[in-house]
Design a protein around this ligand. Structure first.
Ligand code: ADP
Length: 399
């Protein structure tokens, strides 16, 4: 059996999993956190047991070295890692599919870093370290933006002078593409004609966005040139009047970049609830009668519903709505609040099915007579990264 090491490198964290490219749960998974600080540590979850180790070297190299050491020390598992799949946030207009990484691809990822500096530069670091330590096997990049490269110009352009697009590539790129592609593929297995139908997906996690999918292709999405646009999120404001940026900067006597930091890091559920960015914590506070928590949840649901209705204008019908991501998969409260606001589109939730939807499983939660199927489908971006890596390895071997 062949396996893929899936790596998702952030600026101070590195998530990883060893997968065989099937629906089987990961053989090994874990996360290295607080990279760059002397408290860095890495966790390994194997066969239901979690162990945590301090890292000797507190950087990305230290994390990948620890993963390699774990693999080399567990020879009884007879692991056969044939490739490494890297999640890359921004592929700009350069990458519309997953690719085997060579020096040209690496410099392409570096060039796209101007729109996602923290993410893409961390990915480059992770790729270089992984190539150095797992050098003799292919490395593949899978881009969050790639799935949305099918958007038409009337959707991806901002209504600003065309010159700015021509000269600087300022446009909507969209994110969560690997999750949306996974959902589209999974949905296609649930009904014979589903692959050709129209679907809205709400990926609701700490980062949150929606996507309209027509016959398996993205036709519109809520995130933009960066993941700040669109829905209200854990700490991001989502869409607002851009003049606010200048007002905040003036009023607080801070730079534009610092004002932008407020919109990215201190807004959203965290900014409104003044409790947490974590939906579960806010739901607990709401259940205990906290008004601000209630307001935050209502705003989150209302803005999600508005964006779903907005991207739906690119579809002739809405045959399916899918909820995914940590909130979408696990919060009946949020799903109910969103669907309530979409009743004018003929969207009707089965409240009982919504409430008992089993964790980690696909479930249908629409009322019987509702023309739109409402689904909960757990996403699995790591699986798609592993599958893309395996198929690119196979196709380059057969050339
Ligand atoms: P990320 O964007 O970081 O990948 P996730 O998809 O893991 O985030 O989603 C994290 C969010 O999911 C958090 O806000 C968390 O509170 C929320 N969440 C997880 N489980 C539940 C639950 N049972 N009820 C409500 N929210 C939940």
């Amino acid at each position: 059996m062949q396996q893929i090491l899936v790596v998702n490198c952030g600026s101070s964290s590195l998530k990883f999993a060893i997968m065989d490219g099937t629906d089987n749960p990961p053989i090994l998974e874990g996360i290295a956190e607080r990279l760059g600080s002397e408290h860095s540590a890495i966790s390994f979850k194997y066969a239901g047991n979690k162990t945590v180790q301090a890292l000797h070297d507190h950087d990305h190299r230290g994390a990948v070295t620890a993963i390699k050491h774990w693999i080399d020390s567990n020879t009884d598992l007879a692991l056969n890692i044939v490739g490494v799949g890297h999640r890359v946030v921004h592929g700009g207009e350069t990458f519309s599919n997953s690719v085997v990484i060579d020096s040209e691809v690496l410099s392409g990822i570096e060039q796209c870093a101007r729109f996602a500096p923290l993410h893409n530069l961390a990915h480059v670091k992770g790729i270089e370290v992984a190539q150095a330590l797992f050098g003799d096997i292919p490395h593949v990049a899978v881009f969050d933006t790639a799935f949305h490269q099918t958007l038409e110009a009337d959707q991806y352009l901002y209504p600003i002078p065309m010159r700015l697009y021509r000269e600087h590539h300022f446009r909507k790129y969209g994110f969560h593409g690997t999750s949306y592609r996974y959902i589209a593929q999974k949905l296609a297995t649930l009904g014979s004609d589903f692959a050709l139908q129209n679907t809205l997906v709400a990926h609701l996690g700490n980062g949150a966005s929606v996507c309209a999918i027509k016959a398996g292709h993205s036709v519109d999405t809520s995130m933009g040139i960066t993941p700040l646009e669109g829905l209200m999120m854990g700490t991001r404001s989502g869409s607002l009047d851009p003049s606010l940026l200048a007002f905040i900067s003036d009023a607080e006597k801070i730079s534009m970049k610092e004002a932008l930091d407020i919109l990215n890091k201190d807004s959203g559920l965290k900014g409104i609830s003044e409790i947490s960015n974590d939906c579960r914590t806010i739901e607990t506070a709401q259940a205990a009668g906290d008004d601000r928590a209630e307001l935050a949840l209502n705003m989150f649901a209302s803005r999600t519903a508005k964006h779903l209705a907005s991207v739906a204008t690119n579809l002739e019908s809405v045959d399916h709505i899918v909820f995914t991501g940590g909130i979408g998969e696990n919060s009946p409260v949020i799903r109910a609040k969103i669907c309530q606001r979409l009743a004018m589109m003929g969207i009707h939730l089965d409240l009982h099915a919504n409430q008992i939807s089993p964790r980690g499983e696909v479930s249908l939660i629409s009322e019987n007579h509702c023309k739109t199927n409402i689904w909960v489908i757990p996403t699995n971006e790591e699986l798609l990264i592993a599958q893309d890596t395996l198929s690119l390895i196979e196709s380059s071997a057969s050339k």
